[in-house]
Design a protein around this ligand. Structure first.
Ligand SMILES: Nc1ncnc2c1ncn2[C@@H]1O[C@H](COP(=O)(O)OP(=O)(O)OP(=O)(O)O)[C@@H](O)[C@H]1O
Length: 265
């Protein structure tokens, strides 16, 4: 479903180069549920943007459902649903229902299929009472459920989510997690999510990818991740240990144009 082969992405800022992602390779098979962890600024969002065609890699090659996301952006959009937890894709001043109708028009979803899918999603995500509410009046949890529904109205085979549980209370988080788990197990939708909440990973993901300083730092199961720090059973503490150890190599943040970590230890 996803094939990333040594992808890299750098940015030019005021004449200097920032390497956000470097030489990153991974493969996600159809039907997998994969979590992507990494400290702030590790390159997770940049990676997602390359998978969805928002950014082109500056090196390497990525395909999604066999398609190059930057060259075949429209075709890839039919295969992918995308949710950015920190930024809604819904129309702020329109009722939720109208946002969904605009999504239908954009993706050219057949009216009958759209009605069926909207009915299912409205029920599963408990959106019925908010369909007439302008998006700006929704709570964060309601808005997130609306965003997830909008990403799935065209029935994509891959759902990519960037921090879908950010800012949600424990009940809303549990609801979103249960929905994503069912989507993966019942519908077979492939899911890739980034998160800072290890609870998402522990409760949902069979596999974890850890990105650090733009590179792949770990790829394996949650149990394998736990085993990387002997004697440690809490995934939260394992992840903190890995982040701390990797930043111990770097005594200051990378400067634009700097290629390799500054190791002073
Ligand atoms: N458009 C851009 N222009 C310049 N630099 C960028 C751009 N987008 C990202 N970066 C830089 O690339 C690096 C990786 O950023 P990215 O947003 O991918 O990290 P992240 O892992 O998603 O972080 P977070 O967990 O904080 O959201 C950071 O140093 C960031 O400042």
């Amino acid at each position: 479903m996803i094939d990333a082969d040594r992808i890299g992405r750098s940015f030019r800022i005021r004449g200097a180069t920032v390497h956000a992602v470097r030489d990153l390779s991974f493969h996600v098979a159809a039907g997998e549920f994969v979590g992507c962890l990494g400290p702030n600024g590790a390159g997770k969002s940049t990676t997602i943007k390359m998978l969805t065609g928002i950014l082109a890699p500056t090196s390497g090659r990525v395909t999604v459902a066999g398609l190059d996301p930057t060259r075949r952006r429209t075709a890839v959009a039919r295969e992918i649903g995308v949710v950015f937890g920190q930024r809604t894709t819904l129309w702020w001043d329109l009722p939720l229902r109208d946002s969904f109708e605009l999504v239908r028009l954009l993706y050219k979803v057949d009216r009958v299929r759209f009605r069926e899918r909207l009915g299912e999603l409205t029920e599963r995500l408990r959106l019925g009472e908010f369909l007439a509410t302008p998006v700006r009046q929704l709570s964060l949890g309601q808005r997130m459920r609306g965003d997830i529904a909008a990403a799935l109205l065209h029935d994509p085979s891959l759902l990519v989510l960037d921090e879908p549980t950010i800012g949600l209370d424990v009940v809303s988080k549990a609801e979103v997690r249960a929905f994503l788990r069912d989507l993966n197990t019942e519908r077979g939708t492939t899911v890739l999510l980034t998160t800072h909440d290890v609870g998402d990973v522990e409760r949902l993901c069979r596999r974890v990818i850890l990105i650090d300083h733009g590179r792949l730092a770990f790829d394996g199961t949650v149990d394998e991740l736990r085993a990387t720090v002997p004697g440690e059973t809490s995934i939260e503490d394992v992840v903190a240990h890995l982040y701390l150890n990797s930043s111990a190599l770097r005594t200051r943040p990378p400067r634009p144009g700097e290629d390799s970590p500054t190791a002073t230890a």
